[in-house]
Design a protein around this ligand. Sequence first.
Ligand code: PLP
Length: 377
Amino acid sequence: MPKLDTLLIHAGQQNIHGAVVNPIFQSATYALTGEVAYGALRYLRLNNTPNQTALAEKLAAIEGTGAALVTASGMAAITAALLSNLSVGQHALVQSTVYGGTATFLTSDAPRMGIACDFVDVSAPETWAAALRPETTVFYVESIANPLLSVGRLRAVVAFARQHGLVTIVDNTFPSPVNFQPASIGFDLIVHSATKYLNGHSDIVAGVIAGAPERVEAARHLLNHLGGSLDPNSCFLLERGLKTLGLRVRQHNASAMALARALAAHPAIASVHYPGLPGSPGHEIAAELFSGFGGMIAFTLKDPALGDRLIERLTLPVHAPSLGGVESLIVRPATSTHLGMTPQERAAAGISDGLIRVSVGLEDTGDLLADFAQALA
Ligand code: PLP
């Protein structure tokens, strides 16, 4: 089996008319060739046109799953994966610190569809059984949790779900398949915001669902009606971005580790959250399961009131939400990515107002360290 860096370049490559790059198929519909099922008609919304299927092949190859699907956003992937496994009256166990959009969907939209959830501490398996209900069907987690960058008891999640007949869904956006392939430890469905590392250039919004063919097919069926397919131009950009994923993520890993160590040693810093640092929640699990710790760091200043000044004084990281691009980005989650949560919900999830989150980009590592040093000084 070729290695990941080879699959990133060659899987799904179609060599149409000898072209070494899959061209953009800017066509909404395709001539009929005797199809007998609606889902087989080739049409952009039905997620079965050449740019979409080429990507699906590459994504399944790099996540090590039987199938994959590209979607119009990470949230399209997350909602389709959840809703294809949760019907009215059913219930999900959900990691207590998940991406703000996922949390808000589960607490404010899903209940209107008759779907309930309970948030659980993924580092405490002994607490999960108490939250289980006869109608629980899903256990939803993030492989590195946003924004505190903790790593839960991922093997225990899979074992617990198998014991109780639950479908496991994991958001693998932060590690990317370069650092971790959740299917290798038995997760059923993997979702991504491909907006982040998979595309890597902050110029599209896209998502991924990967898993066994029948599970991906169920999500595709739902998504066909919700209308969350990805357009050919964005498919082209995502495919281009994916080819350098291995190189990019290894550099993100290296720079983030250097910055996390420098921040941890700085007298103005109260705490640093980075799965690569001993003492960070879930470090041992990350060290066992991951081949790298990713490009995301969160930290708090000893004087949290100085957070906005620090962000202003940095010259390289752009003060903007999102992550996983070539440029460093910095935010306070309480005033950006997690603004959709109430202050009480944020406090319960451990997201303090002073928490700062950095997406470490691909600028020169020394330049990044120097920029943080001058801003902290
Ligand atoms: N999952 C994680 C971990 C994220 O950080 C995000 C966005 O920031 C999403 C999902 C949602 O993805 P998108 O914005 O592509 O819909």
